[in-house]
Design a protein around this ligand. Structure first.
Ligand code: NDP
Ligand code: 2IT
Length: 444
């Protein structure tokens, strides 16, 4: 049995109850075959793949808090500190009822390679809780965030581990967590990113993931003889990533015509009205029915369905495994030419394979959504030098980073004889830097 197959079998046996983690490992290790085979004995002797698939540290803790009725609620908190070879652990905090250790491990594993691809000195980590912010009062959200940080603050720090936002964690939650960290640890430092502008946040961090996704997509299309201008985009999600993906798509001359949330989706043939979407989702925290009620051109549908809309470019920006094989077939049949992931692992392995085999340009999330964490690293730099950069400065660095990530993935794919396979290219390019650092640092 090859070394890759041997490790895959062992990771599967050891983590049998964690399907999302196994899916992420499966994709990465299969992409790495040509790299590993070129030097199999050394990788095997150093147990490099066993080490890279085993988190350096996993924390699981109780998060008790009191709801508005005086009832005590108990959630589970997680932080997986996956790999610190190239920098302090860095990655978001997901607050969603579906969160479990397997989901946090998959996200932390992806983050290791993504953060490496940014070219910035950040290791990989991820955290979260099964707490559901939906329907909670501000006071309840604050109570949860304070309790969560009361434990987490013992394990993080500006040079150790720097969490940020993800699903369910936005500006409000980061603010409450930052306040509690500062109060307990008595240090004013850049321990979280995605902070408000009045207390150390970076301009353009809010926009960064969605904008970065479009910068990446623009470059990928350009290098394949096409142009983002004039393209019809189907977007899923209606949160941070989706909103700013729509905004930048419009700025680049494309037309996003869909968005979705966990209850339904919008088809708006006139193009998504981003100001209205922000009002509904960022200000009112309401359902997409309110968007439809305020916009005569919009049709609201219950359930799932954005991938049935005819589009040139599909941008999944909601959650993992939201684009399956049937969706991929529908997209191809409708003439879709490009899928770029804004979310983490939104496309199933079967769907990815089908899209690639049918000539669709496919950008994996760890490359195309890396603009968020890259700008988080820029926020860390600004915090360290106690300065803040202008929006234009951060945005232009973000654009350069996304263009570089595309070319690094593209070059790595070409070097290993799989030109155009950006999944393999991103995994290989991300892996190379981490492995170099791990080798230099000995068996740790
Ligand atoms: P938000 O919480 O701001 O928005 C998430 C959106 O996706 C909401 O519209 C939500 O609907 C929908 N959604 C979430 N879970 C589900 C589900 N299980 N089924 C259907 N719809 C769902 O999160 P973000 O926009 O920040 O994150 C979206 C994706 O992008 C995630 O995969 C995240 O990991 C990834 N990502 C985020 C980055 C960031 O900087 N924020 C950076 C890189 C990747 P509803 O509100 O109804 O739940
Ligand atoms: O998945 C991700 O890259 C994020 N949620 C952003 C992480 C960060 O540290 O900004």
């Amino acid at each position: 049995m090859s070394y890759v197959d041997d490790v895959l079998a062992r990771v599967k046996a050891k983590n049998a109850s964690e399907p999302e983690f196994l899916q992420a490992v499966d994709e990465v290790l299969n992409s790495l075959r040509p790299v590993i085979e070129a030097n199999e004995e050394k990788f095997k002797r150093d147990a490099l793949l066993e080490r890279i698939t085993e988190p350096e540290r996993q924390l699981k803790f109780r998060v008790p808090w009191v709801d508005d009725k005086g009832q005590v609620q108990v959630n589970t908190g997680y932080r997986v500190q996956f790999n610190s070879a190239i920098g302090p652990y860095k990655g978001g905090i997901r607050l969603h009822p579906s969160v479990n250790i397997g989901i946090i491990k998959f996200l932390g594993f992806e983050q290791v390679f993504k953060n490496s691809l940014t070219g910035l000195p950040i290791g990989g980590g991820k955290g979260g809780s099964d707490f559901d912010p939906k329907g909670k009062s501000d006071r309840e959200v604050m109570a949860f965030c304070q309790s969560f940080m009361t434990e987490l603050c013992k394990h993080i720090g500006a040079d150790t581990d720097v969490p940020a936002g993800d699903i369910g964690t936005g500006a409000r939650e980061i603010g409450y967590m930052y306040g509690q960290y500062k109060r307990i640890r008595n240090v004013y430092e850049g321990v979280l990113t995605g902070k408000g502008l009045s207390y150390g946040g970076s301009l353009a961090r809010t926009e960064a993931t969605g904008y970065g996704l479009l910068y990446f997509t623009e470059e990928m299309l350009k290098c394949n003889g096409s142009d983002i201008k004039g393209k019809i985009c189907a977007v899923s999600g209606a949160g941070n990533v989706a909103i700013y993906a729509c905004e930048k798509a419009i700025q680049l001359g494309a037309k996003p015509v869909t968005v979705s949330d966990s209850t339904g989706w919008i088809y708006d043939p006139e193009g998504i009205d981003v100001a209205l979407l922000k009002e509904v989702k960022e200000v009112k925290r309401a359902r997409l029915t309110e968007y439809a009620a305020a916009r005569p051109s919009a049709q609201y549908h219950e359930g799932k369905g954005v991938w049935t809309v005819k589009c040139d470019v599909a941008l999944p920006c909601a959650t993992q495994n939201e684009l399956n094989l049937d969706d991929a077939k529908t997209l191809v049949a409708n003439g879709c030419k490009c899928v770029a992931e804004g979310a983490n692992m939104p496309t199933t392995l079967e769907a990815t394979k089908y899209l690639q085999e049918n000539g669709v340009l496919f950008a994996p999330g760890k490359a195309s959504n890396a603009g968020g964490v890259a700008t988080s690293a820029l926020e860390m730099s600004q915090n360290s030098e106690r300065l803040s950069w202008t929006f234009e400065e951060v945005d232009s660095k973000l654009k350069n980073i996304m263009v570089n990530i595309f070319h690094n993935a593209d070059d790595a794919a070409k070097r290993y004889g799989v030109a155009g396979d950006y999944v393999a290219g991103a995994n290989i390019a991300g892996f190379e830097k981490v492995v170099d650092a791990m080798n230099a640092q000995g068996i740790v």
